[in-house]
Design a protein around this ligand. Structure first.
Ligand code: C6P
Length: 405
């Protein structure tokens, strides 16, 4: 089994008290905490090798470039992409999705074409497509869900048709934790020639991802949900698609040559990486990937399942609790409301007892419109959470309910 206490000792932030109580951090779907090795790598970069990459002919620039490119190779291996040219560094999942919408999307989506999303999408995987659809006269369609928060898979046969140009869905729902059957969807989409973008923001910490085996066309994630720094994201794309896509942001690094008459563009992946990137952040993502790879996936998923099962069982013992998202396959997320208490009130009272959760719509407003509630309280788990923390959370929740009643 996972040595959770050894893992916890690697995360300095977890050792502190909040409002006089030991911190119980259950807001991991929003962002995970960072192991000391990630924090120290950022510090070491600025202390010893800070220099702009890919341009200097000097020692520090060469070392920084080498370390930056090492993370690209680690990311390639982590996702099992075929080549490093298929790994683009962005500022996060949101940025990765916008990149695809503004390049592949503007090039390939026209009037009357359909973009298929699901009811479970984060705003980051809705709004960029709406903006594109508005500009092009394209149509957004939505995979409906059952009450338990799973896709109505049978609807895919009619929703995916010859007008569907793109299907863009998340692998794991941030709001409910549902693990979606993307393999089935990818096969159906490809059968009609549609491309598939997977929003992997919540999946890369939960399970091994093999983009080659999945055969998805694009896969996006954020470093900060994978124990890495904020401000760094990844876009994986199949080389043939990335090669055919026009660049998006113009500037340094993404060009081969510039004159006032004509500019030619750089090779992949640099074509999509205009300007100075978050060099320290990308290098530290490499350390975050090392951390995740040092753990056993089967132990990580088993541990998170245990946390989820324990939290779910204890929540269901409390009068008035309604859990949203009861899919048979879930990642470590539990979203709930208690009677008519406002989620924000519950969250505030939990915070006062040192328990950090997220409250509100979790950037999935259409989903809460489906359930007819404005939002929920959401607890989300990471490898460093313990069963004792789940119990502290439930004790604090009971106290909060008592104070509100
Ligand atoms: N979800 C949450 O609390 P960025 O902000 O670009 O790193 O990630 C956006 C994003 C996209 N898709 C999914 C499925 C996500 O969960 C998120 C981020 C956080 O649920 C912050 S809103």
């Amino acid at each position: 089994m996972l040595d959770v206490h050894a893992i916890r000792s690697l995360f300095p932030i977890l050792q502190q008290q909040v409002h006089g109580r030991p911190l119980v951090y259950l807001d991991n779907a929003a962002t995970t905490q960072k192991p000391i090795a990630v924090i120290e790598r950022i510090d070491a970069y600025y202390r010893t090798t800070n220099a702009n990459i890919h341009r200097g002919a000097h020692h520090l620039a060469n070392i920084s470039t080498e370390h930056f490119e090492q993370t690209r190779e680690k990311t390639r291996a982590f996702l099992n992409a075929r080549e490093t040219a298929e790994i683009i560094f962005t500022s996060g999942t949101t940025d990765s999705i916008n990149l695809v919408a503004q390049t592949w999307g503007r090039q390939n989506i026209g009037a009357g074409d359909e973009i298929l999303l699901s009811m479970l999408e984060h705003h980051s995987n809705i709004v960029p497509w709406q903006m594109l659809a508005e500009e092009k006269g394209a149509v957004i369609r939505v995979i409906p869900i059952h009450d338990n928060g799973t896709w109505q898979v049978e609807s895919l046969d009619t929703l995916i048709n010859e007008r569907t140009k793109l299907v863009a869905v998340n692998h794991v729902s941030n709001a409910l934790g549902t693990i979606n059957p993307i393999e089935t969807l990818i096969a159906k989409a490809h059968a009609t020639g549609a491309k598939v973008l997977i929003d992997g923001a919540q999946s890369v910490t939960h399970m091994p991802v093999d983009v080659h085996a999945l055969d998805c066309d694009f896969y996006c994630f954020s470093a900060h949900k994978l124990y890495g720094p904020t401000g760094v994201g990844v876009l994986y794309g199949k080389r043939e698609l990335l090669d055919a896509m026009p660049p998006w942001r113009g500037g340094g690094e993404m060009i081969k040559s510039v004159s006032f008459e004509k500019t030619t563009y750089n090779e992949l992946p640099h074509k999509f990486e205009a300007g100075t990137p978050h060099i320290a952040g990308v290098i530290a993502l490499g350390i975050a990937i090392d951390f995740v790879q040092s753990l056993s996936w089967s132990e990580v998923t088993a541990h998170k399942q245990q946390l989820l099962d324990h939290a779910t069982a204890l929540l269901l013992e409390i009068d008035g609790v309604r859990i949203f998202g009861t899919a048979p396959h879930k990642a470590g997320v539990v979203s709930f409301n208690v009677a008519s208490h406002h989620p924000f009130d519950i969250g505030t009272l939990l915070d006062q007892q040192g328990v950090a959760v997220r409250t509100g719509h979790h950037c999935t407003e259409p989903l809460w419109n489906f359930y007819g509630v404005p939002g929920t309280v959401r607890a989300s788990f990471a490898v460093y959470n313990t069963l004792e923390e789940i119990e502290s959370f439930i004790t604090a929740l009971k106290k909060a309910i008592h104070l509100l009643s």
